[in-house]
Ligand binder design. Sequence first.
Ligand code: S3P
Length: 213
Amino acid sequence: MSNLGRTDLRRRGGGEIRMAGLLPHQPPPCIAPAAMADALPRPQVPIVLVGLMGVGKSTVGRRLAERLGLPFVDSDEEIERAAVHTIPEIFDRFGEASFRDGERRVLRRLIEGGPRVIATGGGAFMDAETRALILERCIAVWLEADLMTLAARVALRGGRPLLTGRDPLPFLRELAESRGPFYAEAHLRVLSDSGPQERTVDRIVAALAERAR
Ligand code: S3P
């Protein structure tokens, strides 16, 4: 297995998307997931989780970081810390454009901080500058779930200003359509279904191991 250095990353780049967990006919990995994480060389670049709200980026990211022995950061939490306001307050008082500016700056700082697992907010990867930076310097993992799973998960936690006054299901469908082509630029694509989140972590580890081969 090779290390995932930056040069290697660029060489391996080029828009190829590998799917993990999306193809039912694929045989399960024959190495036990925990052993696979041990066998995986420690990533040399940040692993960045992208995908729609409710897909589980923060929960999965935290567990993935533990598995890989890397620090974990949540970009929404970092934005709130930097702004000393919650996300709904930032949207309310300063507007979405201001939130997006902060998001871009915070993500650059997090990416420049070295290898770690970063959970991004659902809209972060829509920003051309952020997306280019992530694709150049990180491994981007698109976490995908079906709309019903997303709708069920967003109902569990508030604090998402884009959902205020909206019916979640049609709005999530719209977002999935408009954002899907951007998420599809991620290096890896992994299913995050309604099953245990550890299974999603297993799939990411397997996809990273495959990429590192
Ligand atoms: C947003 C998603 C949120 C948060 C903000 C905007 C979006 O993060 O960044 O409310 O544009 O989809 P989560 O994806 O963690 O909910």
